[in-house]
Write a protein that binds this ligand. Sequence first.
Ligand code: NAD
Length: 464
Amino acid sequence: MTEKANNPYLDLFKKQKANSINVSNSTYNQRIKKLNALQRAIEFTFRNDIIDALKKDLGKPRVESEMTEIYQIVGDIKHAKKYLHQWMRNKKVKTPLSMLGASSYIKYEAKGVCLIISPWNFPFNLTFGPLVSSIAAGNTAILKPSEMTPHSSALMKKIVETVFKEEEVALVEGEVQTSTDLLNLPFNHIFFTGSPTVGKIVMKAAAEHLASVTLELGGKSPTIIDETANLKAAAKKIMWGKFLNCGQICVTPDYVLVKYTVKSKFIEECKIWLNAYFGSRPEASDSYGRIVSQKHYKRLLEHLNDAKSNNGQIITGGESNEASKYIAPTLVSDLEEAASLLQDEIFGPILPIVTYNTLDEAIQYIKNKERPLALYIYSKSKKNIRKILNYTKAGGTCINNNIIHYANHNLPFGGINNSGIGKSHGYHGFKAFSNERAVVKQHTFGITELLFPPYTNYKEKLAK
Ligand code: NAD
C-alpha cells in the first residue's frame, strides 16, 4: 500500500476496499435495487431541492435543471436498468481451432473501489451519471464534486447518505486538497470530469498506483457552417446550444467557422433567434442563467477586454453585471488569431465567429488546435460532410445540430487525447467501470498439449 497513513480518507477507503468484493459479487437484483433507490431520490424525494440548489449555484432556470440534470440522470438509470442483465452476462467468444477442446468467454467484473471527481457545470448529472455506471458494474465509489457549486454538493452528500451505506457509496466535499488526498489513495479506477490541465494531474496521480482512468475533459469545440447550410436552422440550434447554461458546457460550440459568403446572413439569423429566446434584455429573462463564480465572471470579462485589443468587433451583447454575475449572450467577429477567445476554451456565453474561404482552410484551422471533444457541421453537402468527418478527429459530432449526441445513451461519450481518454454513457460507461476478464475453459484433451516438451514423439502423445 502506498497511501499515506495520515490521509483523512484512508479509513473510508479501507471500508470500501473491505466491502468491494461483496459489491462486486452483487446480483442483478441487488444492483437494480440500488439504481431504483437513486432514481426515487432524484426523481421524487429531492427533485425540488435539486432545482433550488441549482438556482442558488448557477441561476439555472427550472426547465434547464429538469432537462439537463434530472431528466438526464433518470434517463441514465432507466437505460442501465433496461440493459443491465444483458451487460452483466458473460459474453461467449469464438475459440480458434488450434485450441480445440476449450471454450472462451469474457466475464465483466467490477474494477473495485472507484473515485469519481466531477466539475460544477452540471453538478448532479456529472456526478451521478458516472455513479450509475459504477453501480451497474458492481463497484464501490467515493464521489468528490466541485467546490464551486456548494449548494449542489451539500445536497448530493445528503442524497448519497440517504440512499447508500458509506462502504458502498460515499461523497466527500472539498477543494483541491481534498482531491489531492483522494488521489493519493490506490483506487482501482478514477473517473474524472473537468479541464485538461487537471486531467493531467489526475493521470499522473493514477500512474502512481497504475489505476485505470476515464478522463472526460474539454477544449475548443468548433462548428463549421458551409455555404450550403440552412442558416436559419443553424442559427436556431447554435444560439440554443451556445447559451444554454450560459455556455458553461463542455460540448457547447466554442467558436464558429463560417464560409465568408454566408457570414452576414448567419449573423442576422443569430440576432433574430437570440431575441426570440431571451428578448431584448436577456438580463431580465428567466430563461437565461448566470456565471458560476466571480472568478469565472472576471475570466470572461478579461476575454472580452483582450478581444477589443485584438480587433474584435462585438456584434451583439457584451453587457455585464458583476453583482449578479450576468454576462449577456455575446457574438464577436474579426478577431486576430492571437486573441485569447481563439486560444483558450471559453466556457461562457461568448461566441467568436471566424470566417474561412475554402473548406480545406477551415479543416486546417481545426487541425492546428488540440483535438476537440465535439465538432459540429452545418451543411447540406454530403461531399463536404464526408470530407470534414474524414479529415478531422473529435470525440463526437452532430451534423446539422449540436450538443444532442450527449443525450443518446447508445453512443459512447468522450473525447480524444486533449479532450479526453475513455468513454462513458450506457454500455460504454458500464465497460469503463468493468474489467473485461478473459476466461478460457478447458473441457477435454487440448490439441495444444501436443506442443508440450519434449518436442518429439507426437505419435506417442496422440496414442496416450
Ligand atoms: P476543473 O478541472 O477545474 O475541476 C474539476 C474537478 O477537479 C473539481 O472537483 C475540482 O475540485 C477538482 N480539481 C481542481 N483542481 C484540482 C487539482 N489541482 N488537483 C486535483 N483536483 C482538482 O474543471 P471545472 O472548472 O470544474 O470544469 C470545467 C472544465 O471541465 C472544462 O474544461 C470543461 O470542458 C470540462 N468538462 C468536461 C465535461 C465532459 O464530460 N467531457 C463535462 C463538463 C465539464
